[in-house]
Write a protein that binds this ligand. Structure first.
Ligand SMILES: [Zn+2]
Length: 412
């Protein structure tokens, strides 16, 4: 078996790896680079050939754009292998994000159930990550075995999955492709806070705030939505979600995940979302989720009763309906987006409204001690860096590191 990292050897985002055996090809992830100005065909990795012999399949490790955002450029008929809930999440998000919905037909990834695709035997391992239904993948062909970590962590709500994998790791692993998002980012405080620690912080924030608590997090970060729901419950508040969040939670589908009709949850549909619903004709979706619908007047009448899963498109409505007296804003996403100016309008708005800003967040990726634990536990013959801006730092994690550049073909 041969491998080629088409993109990801020296960057986070836009991941794409190809495996080849006896002339057959398997592609793992087809992501959009984080800094891409658009998702046009030019963003495909230069070394990836989609005109030659069709790959047996494309496997998507998890439903984040930097791993599937270029799928719509695939010629039709190539199976897309991904988790069942992951597939539903991508479908549910499309009407709201305006992104092109790619063809998504193909077999499912099921935790620890091997799947044969052409000459490749794929065993998925469900992992703890900020994306729901995320997998690491072990692929075997021609007696060789490669393990692709995907994106993972060990401090989320599913941290037991990492313990389980490392308690009985598959062996031997001839090459481990491991993500290294955190390398070079956090020298000073190596261990990241857990979701449970965030829950305690958010609970305190909810208790200490007289007015509305607005928590700015991605609805697709299901762990975080659960954290917020639990914090809201503990502090006697109702979690308020919009229709996008309701659709994503429904798509995730876990029986233990908060849903729009749950006790302690309410639906609020801001004006700009009402326009989206009209434009996309999502009336069935609204009908399905509006049993607990509330309006801005309710939020304004007693804002201290609610914790809102906030997005910037809510701000005008909240201001106009006078819901902001005594409010607090909690930023619960990667600090880099804030610092790069992505939310400057929001920042100015918060200042103009005199709303204090808190930052309560933890990474979706493994911290450095967890990366070390992962590679030591899997004990591969060699470690190949991927999904990192600092691949040289992998040498501090393990003694058998092998660097392969984007576009380079190498024997597993
Ligand atoms: Zn990623």
């Amino acid at each position: 078996m041969h491998a080629c990292i088409h993109r990801g050897a020296t960057q986070i985002g836009g991941s794409c790896v190809e495996l080849e055996h006896e002339g057959q090809r398997l592609i793992i992830d087809l992501g959009l680079p984080l800094d891409a100005p658009d998702n046009s065909r030019e963003r495909l990795p230069a070394s990836l050939d989609l005109n030659g012999l069709a790959p047996c399949a494309v496997v998507v490790s998890h439903p984040h754009q930097d791993h599937y955002g270029l799928l719509h450029h695939l010629p039709s008929g190539i199976p897309v292998v991904m988790g069942k809930a992951a597939r539903r999440i991508v479908q549910a998000a499309a009407p709201f994000t305006g992104q092109v919905l790619p063809g998504l037909e193909g077999p499912e990834l099921v935790d620890r159930v091997p799947l044969q695709v052409g000459p490749f035997r794929i065993t998925p391992f469900l992992v703890d990550h900020s994306a729901y239904d995320a997998y690491a993948l072990m692929v075997e062909a021609g007696g060789r075995r490669i393990f692709y970590s995907g994106d993972f962590r060990g401090h989320g709500r599913k941290s037991a999955l990492l313990d389980r994998l490392l308690a009985a790791p598959p062996s031997p692993i001839h090459a481990l492709l491991m993500e290294g998002t955190s390398l070079g980012r956090n020298e000073e405080s190596p261990a990241y806070p857990t979701e449970s620690e965030l829950e305690a912080e958010l609970t305190t924030c909810c208790r200490d705030t007289a007015g509305l608590v607005m928590v700015h997090a991605s609805a697709q970060n299901i762990d975080r939505v659960v954290t917020l729901f639990r914090a809201a419950k503990k502090s006697g508040r109702t979690l308020v979600i919009d229709l996008y969040a309701a659709a994503i939670l429904e798509a995730a589908g876990g029986k233990r995940l908060p849903q729009s009709d749950w006790e302690g949850v309410a639906l609020y549909v801001p004006f700009r979302q009402r326009l989206q619903i009209k434009r996309q004709g999502c009336f069935d979706l609204l009908a399905r989720h509006q049993s607990k619908r509330i309006y801005a007047e309710a939020l304004a009448a007693d804002p201290g009763r609610y914790a809102l899963l906030f997005r910037p498109l809510h701000s005008n409505d909240l201001e106009r309906a006078a819901c902001l007296k005594g409010a607090a804003y909690v930023y619960s996403q990667w600090q880099g987006y804030w610092e790069s100016g992505s939310y400057d309008d929001l920042k100015n708005w918060l200042e103009a409204q005199g709303i204090p800003r808190h930052s309560i967040h933890t990474s979706g990726h493994a911290d450095v001690p967890t990366l070390r634990r992962f590679v030591t536990g899997l004990a591969p013959e060699r470690l190949v860096p991927i999904h990192s801006f600092n691949p040289q730092e992998f040498s501090g994690l393990y003694d058998k590191v092998e660097w392969h550049a984007d576009g380079e073909r190498w024997a597993v």
